[in-house]
Design a protein around this ligand. Structure first.
Ligand SMILES: [Zn+2]
Length: 129
């Protein structure tokens, strides 16, 4: 099962907004620190999601920050595809739904402001593995 959403390009439909809202009432694309914390101690019985989050940053991220992600988020990685100021954060997360998995991954960025302090999520994907 794959769930994807392109954000920001135009208004999302009400149904999409509801679908991408985590149990804490936050939109997955905006991130949720509570979902991130929950995913770090998630029940191993919960499904494992392969999550990808594309985001733009207003300023370039130092290489050191890219490496930092590997150290902090056990199974996360931050890459820079060819487009300047566009980044891809990917990783595995355990959560009941793809929405929570995405909210948690973006929540990791929020919880680690030193990595990316101003960012805008443009697209998210969660694949049930
Ligand atoms: Zn949440």
């Amino acid at each position: 099962m794959t769930e994807t959403a392109k954000l920001g390009a135009r208004e999302q439909s009400h149904a999409d907004v509801v679908r991408w809202t985590c149990p804490h009432g936050l939109h997955a694309g905006q991130g949720c620190v509570a979902c991130y914390r929950a995913s770090t101690e998630a029940d191993p019985a919960l499904p494992l999601w392969e999550v990808a989050v594309w985001f733009t940053s207003t300023r370039p991220m130092p290489i050191r920050a890219l490496k930092d992600v590997r150290r902090h988020g056990c199974s996360f990685s931050l890459d820079q595809p060819s487009t300047p100021l566009v980044y891809l954060l990917s990783g595995q997360a355990r959560a009941a739904t793809g929405t929570e998995a995405v909210a948690g991954l973006v929540g990791f960025l929020i919880d680690n402001r030193h990595i990316a302090n101003t960012f805008t999520v443009t697209e998210v994907r969660a694949v049930h593995s």
